[in-house]
Each structure stands twice: as structure tokens, then as C-alpha cells.
Write a protein that binds this ligand. Structure first.
Ligand code: UDP
Ligand code: MG
Length: 233
């Protein structure tokens, strides 16, 4: 098999019903491009039928690879494992719950010319108003404190150059600050509007109480990292 040019990394925690459709949509979006790719599903210690569904997907398609975390270690840990495993020069990330639309991936890749990171900005976001309002406030506070201008940091649909991705230290919770960390490492970044869909199957994994205080503590950690960053350029 040819070495993949593009690695699609997907964290999975109890998403059994979403996975078959997600896999079909990814292949529908990627095949026409004619560029070698792999899809890395990182099972973050799922306790539902996700491991069985992933094993079946890997059996059906040689482009699919599955990593299993021994226990639920969180979305950043799952992404980090996927980044280490990825062979492509470009890494695309998206959620497993079908809220991100794989049909946007070709546009993300096309926008990579001259950039290291292309982040999606969710248009017509399909979440409850509480989630939308809280993430709008969080986004504003984050940008203010980290002197950044990320429009929608909660959108995990992104394309990044692998070497840039591997140049920043990751800790639990840092997926919420990834564009800012990448900018700290000198990444040239841009944004494009992407589609967003309601979650039809499975449970959302976050709510205000398990997100707010941690994200606030992480914000100060990121601020510290920015101040102490060693610029090797
Ligand atoms: N996820 C994960 N480990 C966790 C929590 C979530 O791998 O501990 C995955 C989840 O399966 C999904 C993505 O991370 O693919 C985002 O989770 P979710 O859709 O619940 O978050 P939100 O829509 O609130 O960003
Ligand atoms: Mg979601």
C-alpha cells in the first residue's frame, strides 16, 4: 500500500451508531480526490459496541486503522495518540458524532496552500442555545487572554501539517486550545466556514459543569506556556 498523504484522526468514545455512517461519508468525500489517505479511529476506552464496529470497518477497508486506549483518557489524549500514529504529511481531525460533515474535508485540504492549519468555523451551529451561548463566551475569554483571534475554537474539524502538530506539547484538555498552541509554534493559520449538524445518536460528552472550571484552569496554563515558550525559529 502507498504511504498515505492525508491522515484523518477521529477520537471515539461510545459512538457505535454513528460510526458506520461516518465511515461511509468519509470515503464518499475522499475517494474522488484520488490522494492516498488513511482513517485512524482512536477508541478512547468505549464501553458500548464501538470496538466491534471499528474492527468490522477495519476488516472491510485497508485504509482504516484503529487504536484502542486502555481506558477513557479524554479527547486530547485520543487525538495525541492518533497524531503519533499518523503517517500522512497532513492530518485532518473531526468528531465521530456526525456533527462535523466529512463533505467539508476536500475544501479544508484545498485551503492548505500556504498555510499550516486550516480551522473550520461552524455556520448555523446545531446545538442547544445553552451550549452555543457558553461556547461563545468561552471563545471570547480565551481569545482575550491568549491574544488570539480564533473564530470557533470548539470546532474540531481542521487540517494541519503533521510536523507542526507534533511540535507542540499536549496535555489533557488542550484540544480546546490547539490553534492557539500551534500559532505559538509559528503556524500560519486560516479559517473556512463549515457545515454543522445536530447529534442524532449517542450522548454529548461535555456539559457546562465538566467543561467550565477545567477549561478556565487550562486557560492559565496556556497563558503560561505562551510566556515561557522557547522560540527555536
Ligand atoms: N470523545 C473522546 N473522549 C472523551 C470525550 C469525547 O474521544 O472522553 C470524542 C467523542 O466521541 C466525539 C468527540 O470527542 O467524537 C467530541 O465529543 P462530543 O461530540 O461529545 O463533544 P462536543 O460536541 O460537545 O464538542
Ligand atoms: Mg459533538
Amino acid at each position: 500500500m502507498t504511504t498515505p498523504e492525508i491522515s484523518i484522526v477521529i477520537p471515539v468514545y461510545n459512538e457505535e451508531e454513528n460510526l458506520p455512517l461516518l465511515a461511509a461519508e468519509i470515503h464518499g468525500a475522499m475517494r474522488p480526490l484520488g490522494r492516498p489517505y488513511e482513517v485512524i479511529y482512536v477508541d478512547d476506552g468505549s464501553t458500548d459496541g464501538s470496538p466491534g464496529v471499528l474492527a468490522e470497518l477495519a476488516r472491510e477497508d485497508p485504509a482504516v486503522r484503529v487504536i484502542r486506549q486502555r481506558r477513557n483518557a479524554g479527547q486530547t489524549a485520543a487525538l495525541d495518540a492518533g497524531f503519533r500514529f499518523a503517517r500522512g504529511g497532513i492530518v485532518v481531525t473531526l468528531d465521530a458524532d456526525l456533527q462535523n460533515d466529512p463533505a467539508d474535508i476536500p475544501r479544508l485540504l484545498a485551503a492548505m496552500d500556504g498555510y499550516d492549519v486550516v480551522s473550520g468555523v461552524r455556520k448555523n451551529r446545531r446545538d442547544t442555545w445553552v451550549r452555543k451561548a457558553s461556547s461563545r463566551i468561552a471563545n471570547r475569554v480565551r481569545n482575550r487572554l491568549t491574544h488570539d483571534n480564533v473564530t470557533d475554537v470548539g470546532c474540531t474539524l481542521r487540517a494541519c501539517r503533521a510536523e507542526v502538530l507534533r511540535s507542540v506539547p499536549l496535555f489533557t484538555g488542550m484540544h480546546r486550545f490547539l490553534p492557539t498552541l500551534l500559532a505559538m509554534a509559528g503556524a500560519r493559520k486560516t479559517e473556512i466556514p463549515v457545515n454543522h449538524r445536530p447529534r442524532l445518536h449517542g450522548q454529548p460528552k461535555y456539559n457546562i459543569s465538566n467543561r467550565l472550571w477545567r477549561a478556565l484552569a487550562d486557560l492559565f496554563a496556556v497563558r503560561w506556556m505562551q510566556k515561557r515558550w522557547i522560540d527555536r525559529r
